[in-house]
Design a protein around this ligand. Structure first.
Ligand code: CMP
Length: 143
């Protein structure tokens, strides 16, 4: 089953949006497969955003991501990469539609609350980086 990596960024945590964001993914029908509350260091953030290292905003982006705790998650379900990006909304909150997370809770691209993998292959890489120990599995059904 398809999986994606979702991270609630430090501004999302600080503003108390964790429950709201998790609720949106749960209510849509996706399955939470991994969750960590953690503060990452500079070299880890640089690895996560390695593809953007030549961008002029790279150092500001890294500073933002390491500024406080984030919530790192793995979500699973049919088409979760593309649908997760739809739930999140466009990268620039100026373009993200009301009803999306960024459309409802963000106004600036440099403080856009949440990250979601942009493709199945980047999801695989990001999950490997953030959850190197693997993710929890059910051993038996509860019902
Ligand atoms: P994210 O979905 O995490 O993917 C890359 C991130 O880079 C993006 O969200 C923004 O936080 C950040 N970003 C992209 N473009 C800009 C920009 N022009 N200025 C500042 N930050 C940006």
């Amino acid at each position: 089953m398809e999986q994606t990596f979702i991270m609630i960024k430090p501004d999302g945590v600080q503003r108390g949006l964790v429950g709201e964001i998790i609720g949106r993914f749960e209510k849509k029908g996706f399955t939470l497969k991994g969750l960590k509350f953690m503060t990452v260091d500079r070299s880890f953030a640089e690895k996560h955003y390695a593809d953007l290292s030549e961008k002029p905003f790279f150092s500001g982006l890294v500073k933002y991501i390491i500024s406080g705790p984030v919530v790192a998650m793995v979500w699973e379900g049919k088409n979760v990469v593309v649908t997760g990006r739809k739930i999140i909304g466009a990268t620039n909150p100026a373009d993200s539609a009301p009803g999306t997370i960024r459309g409802d809770y963000a106004i600036a691209i440099g403080r856009n609350v949440i990250h979601g993998s942009d493709a199945v292959e980047s999801a695989r890489k990001e999950i490997g980086l953030w959850f190197p120990e693997g993710i929890a599995e059910w051993r038996s059904s509860l019902h």
